[in-house]
Design a binder for this molecule. Structure first.
Ligand SMILES: [Zn+2]
Length: 224
């Protein structure tokens, strides 16, 4: 039997599998996004307790079977109790998990993606300004996945963006154009730094080709 390995991990989601096994999806530092199996998950509630709930940051020990990993031990590394008590922060946390699941390929370890998720959840828990945390997360994740938007200058003529000038974000091109270079028959939005918090999630949905339910939920639970 292969020896277990250890890694920091963040729980993305869990579901019952068969009679009483529990399947848990993680983002791990060591192996990237993976599925773990907890044998007799229903019965082993005692063993894992509520540790395997989404958003938890854990120290995990598991045995890799190639397809799944088999969970041996899971210990809560850092409780995020404040994040869990606010509807807004909780919905943002689930939005982050959704983005990780959609944009980070399985078994493709990336320490930057792991620390981005971990730091963002910790900041949310510390009550830092949620709007900034969200935009920063979206921007950096897009960057890591190779979809980094071009926001410094017009894609057409390289004219530098400045707040006073009229620029447009074109979804198909993933960047901004000045009024002279704006292509015809494309979907676009008027661009500004303030509009970025609306544009980035729409750009992510454009890349995925469909709406994200967690985004709708996040927008509805925004504190007025
Ligand atoms: Zn231009």
């Amino acid at each position: 039997m292969r020896k277990g390995v250890e890694s920091e991990a963040i729980v993305i989601r869990s579901k019952m599998y068969g009679e009483d096994d529990l399947l848990v999806e993680f983002l791990t530092l060591r192996d990237g996004r993976i599925w773990g199996k907890a044998r007799h998950g229903r019965k082993s509630r005692k063993r894992f307790g509520t540790v395997l709930e989404p958003l938890n940051i854990l120290q995990l020990r598991y045995r890799d079977s190639g397809n799944f990993v088999f969970l041996e031990e899971a210990a809560l590394e850092r409780p995020l109790s404040r994040l869990r008590t606010g509807l807004e922060s909780l919905s943002i946390g689930f939005y982050f998990l959704d983005l990780i699941r959609e944009l980070v390929p399985q078994r493709s370890p990336d320490a930057r993606a792991f620390s981005l998720l971990k730091e963002s959840l910790v900041h949310l828990n510390d009550n830092k300004s949620p709007g900034e945390i969200v935009s920063e997360f979206e921007h950096r994740l897009l960057d890591l996945c190779g979809y980094s938007p071009h926001l410094e200058a017009c894609i057409g003529c390289q004219k530098k963006w400045e707040p006073a000038a009229k620029f447009f974000f074109v979804f198909r091109e993933g960047g901004i154009f000045c009024a002279d270079c704006l292509p015809s028959q494309v979907s676009f939005e008027l661009f500004s730094r303030e509009a970025l918090s609306e544009i980035l999630p729409k750009f992510i949905e454009y890349q995925l080709g469909r709406p994200l339910r967690s985004l709708e939920f996040k927008n509805r639970s925004r504190v007025a």
